[in-house]
Design a protein around this ligand. Structure first.
Ligand code: NAD
Ligand code: 6OD
Length: 489
C-alpha cells in the first residue's frame, strides 16, 4: 500500500505503508476520544523493516556522499516546515499539549534537528598522524567515520517529534538507516514523517517506523533483532535496563537518555523574578512531563516564604483546557494511566504529611473534557528528605520546596538522588555558580536558565539518568564507527 490510510497509523517499511491485523487505540488525552487505530508491528514486520534498512545500506543510500546526505536532510527539514500545521495537529492530538508550546518548541525542533546535524557532519574535523616506521620509512594514519549500520531508535511520548528527530537527524547524517519505534501513546508525528521522507526523495528503507509496545511487541522485537547494530533510547531508567540486557546479545552499543529527579537551587542573591519564572517553567511546562523538569526545589532560607508564595501564584495562573483555544497554557497528562500514577504520588505526599501549598488533585474542567487526563499543578512543602515523593521521578506538574542555609548543604541536597540528569542554579554570584557546576553530579547544569539549548553541546545524564552524550560531534561518536587507516608511504 503506497497511500497512507489517514484514519489509522500504519507502519512505514521500505518506503511503503504496512498495515497489520493487530490494532490498538490511540486516545486523545484531552477528552478521551479515539484519534485512530494503530497497526501493531509483530516480529515479521520488524524483521521486514530490518531487511529494508539493510537493503538501503547496500543500495544507493550507502553510496551517498556526505554532501548528498546534507542536501537531502535539508530537504526533509524543509518538508517539515512546509507541513508545519499537519505536524502541529498530529502532535497536539496525541499529547494534548497547548498550541503555544508545540508551535514554539516541538515542531520547530523537529526541523532544526535535521538541519543542525547535516551541518555538523559537513564540518566535523578529521584526525591524522604521520609516523616513522621501524625500517626508517614513513607512514600516515588517518581516521574515517563509517556508519554503524541499522540503528534502532526507541522513543518516549513526552516530546515525540523533538526527541525522535534528535536521534534520527544525526543517525541519517552519519549515513545509517533507522527503524523508529515511537511510543505507543504518540504514533502521529513519526508516521507523518514517513510521508515527508518519501516527498523529499529519501531512498526506501532509510527511515522506517514500526508501531507497538515494549515487551513482547515491536520494542522488544527491534532491540533483540541481531541485525540492529546500535540502539538509541530515550525513556525510563527501568526500560533502559531491559534494553541494555537485549543489547548485550551481540555486544551492541547503546545511547541512553533516561529519567531524572532534578533539583533547582535558588540562592538569596538571585534575580528573584527570573528565578520564579524559570523554576515555574521547569516544574510545570508540558504538564511536568519533561525529563529535565524540576521536582525538587531548594531555596535559601531568607527567600523561602516569598519564593513559595510567588511559585504558588504562578501555578494558580496556569489555564488548563482545549489546547487550540486562546489563553490555554496547560495541557493534560499523556493518559489516564499516567494520571493514576501521578495521583498516587499526590496521595502519598498527603500521607507523608506534606503541606499542600496548591493543587493536589484534578481540576474542574468543562464537561466535554472530563474524560481527559487532567491534573492540577501542585506544590508541596514540609516533606522529609527520604520521602518517596522526593526520591522517585513522578513526571507530573509538581514540585516540593525546601529551605537550605549553606552552599555545601545545597550541593549535598542536589546530589542526594540516584539520578543525575540536570540542575538549574539561580544566583548572581559567579563564584557560587561555577563551584556548583563543578560539584553537582549531573550531565547538564543551567545557571540562571533552564532548557536553554544549543544543539552542538553535549546532552545526557550521569548516574541512573543515562549512558553517553548526544549533540553536535558527540552524536557523531555514537552514530559512527571510527576506523583508522594506516598507509605505509
Ligand atoms: P518508557 O521507558 O515507558 O517508554 C519509552 C519507549 O520504550 C516506548 O516507546 C516504549 O514502548 C518502549 N519500551 C518499553 N519497554 C520496552 C522494552 N522492554 N524493550 C524495548 N522498548 C521498550 O518511557 P515513557 O513513559 O515513554 O517516557 C517517560 C520517561 O522517559 C521518563 O522517565 C523520562 O524521564 C524519560 N525521558 C528522558 C529523557 C532524557 O533526555 N533523559 C527525555 C525524555 C523522557
Ligand atoms: O533538547 C533536547 O535535545 C532534548 N533531548 C531534550 C529532552 C527533554 C526531555 O524531556
Amino acid at each position: 500500500m503506497n497511500q497512507r490510510d489517514t484514519a489509522s497509523f500504519q507502519n512505514f517499511i521500505g518506503g511503503q505503508w504496512v498495515s497489520t491485523d493487530r490494532q490498538f487505540d490511540n486516545i486523545n488525552p484531552v477528552n478521551g476520544s479515539l484519534i485512530g487505530r494503530v497497526h501493531e508491528a509483530g516480529a515479521a514486520e520488524v524483521d521486514a523493516a530490518v531487511r529494508a534498512a539493510r537493503d538501503a545500506l547496500a543500495g544507493p543510500w550507502g553510496r551517498f556522499s556526505v554532501e548528498d546526505r546534507v542536501e537531502l536532510l535539508h530537504a526533509v527539514a524543509d518538508g517539515i516546515d512546509k507541513r508545519f500545521d499537519d505536524f502541529l495537529a498530529a502532535e497536539i492530538a496525541d499529547t494534548g499539549k497547548p498550541v503555544s508550546l508545540a508551535s514554539h518548541l516541538d515542531i520547530p525542533r523537529g526541523a532544526a534537528n535535521f538541519r543542525i546535524f547535516a551541518d555538523v557532519v559537513k564540518n566535523v574535523p578529521g584526525e591524522s598522524f604521520e609516523m616513522t616506521t621501524p625500517d626508517g620509512g614513513r607512514a600516515l594514519n588517518y581516521a574515517i567515520r563509517v556508519p554503524r549500520g541499522v540503528v534502532g531508535v526507541i522513543c518516549p511520548w513526552n516530546l515525540p517529534l523533538l526527541l525522535m528527530t534528535w536521534k534520527v537527524g544525526p543517525a541519517l547524517a552519519c549515513g545509517n538507516t533507522v527503524i523508529v519505534k515511537p511510543s505507543e501513546e504518540t504514533p502521529g508525528t513519526a508516521t507523518l514523517l514517513g510521508e515527508v521522507m518519501n516527498e523529499a526523495g529519501v531512498p526506501a528503507g532509510v527511515y522506517n517506523v514500526v508501531h507497538g509496545f515494549g515487551p513482547d511487541s515491536a520494542g522488544e522485537f527491534l532491540t533483540t533483532h541481531p541485525h540492529v547494530q546500535a540502539i538509541t533510547f530515550t525513556g525510563e531508567t527501568r526500560t533502559g535496563e531491559a534494553i541494555m540486557r537485549a543489547a548485550a546479545q551481540g555486544t551492541r552499543p547503546v545511547s541512553f537518555e533516561l529519567g531524572g529527579k532534578n533539583a533547582a537551587l535558588v540562592f538569596a542573591d538571585c534575580d528573584f523574578d527570573k528565578a520564579v519564572e524559570g523554576v515555574a517553567r521547569s516544574a510545570f511546562a508540558n504538564t511536568g512531563q519533561v525529563c529535565l523538569g524540576t521536582e525538587r526545589v531548594y531555596v535559601q532560607r531568607p527567600l523561602f516564604e516569598r519564593f513559595v508564595a510567588a511559585l504558588k501564584t504562578r501555578a494558580e495562573a496556569l489555564r488548563p483546557g482545549d489546547p487550540h483555544a486562546d489563553g490555554i497554557n496547560f495541557g493534560p497528562l499523556i493518559s489516564k494511566q499516567h494520571q493514576s500514577k501521578v495521583l498516587s504520588y499526590y496521595a502519598r505526599a498527603k500521607e507523608d504529611g506534606a503541606t499542600i501549598v496548591t493543587g493536589g488533585g484534578v481540576p474542574d474542567v468543562p464537561r466535554q473534557l472530563r474524560e481527559g487526563a487532567w491534573i492540577e499543578p501542585t506544590i508541596w512543602t514540609g516533606l522529609r528528605d527520604d520521602s518517596t515523593v522526593i526520591k522517585d521521578e513522578i513526571f507530573g506538574p509538581c514540585c516540593h520546596i525546601a529551605p537550605f542555609d549553606t552552599e555545601e548543604e545545597a550541593i549535598a541536597l542536589a546530589n542526594a538522588s540516584e539520578y543525575g540528569l540536570c540542575t538549574s542554579v539561580w544566583t548572581s554570584n559567579i563564584g557560587t555558580a561555577h563551584r556548583l557546576a563543578a560539584a553537582i553530579d549531573v550531565g547538564l547544569c543551567w545557571i540562571n536558565s533552564w532548557f536553554l539549548r544549543d544543539l552542538r553541546t553535549p546532552f545526557g545524564g550521569s548516574k541512573a539518568s543515562g549512558i553517553g552524550r548526544e549533540g553536535g560531534v558527540h552524536s557523531m561518536e555514537f552514530y559512527t564507527e571510527l576506523r583508522n587507516v594506516c598507509v605505509k608511504l
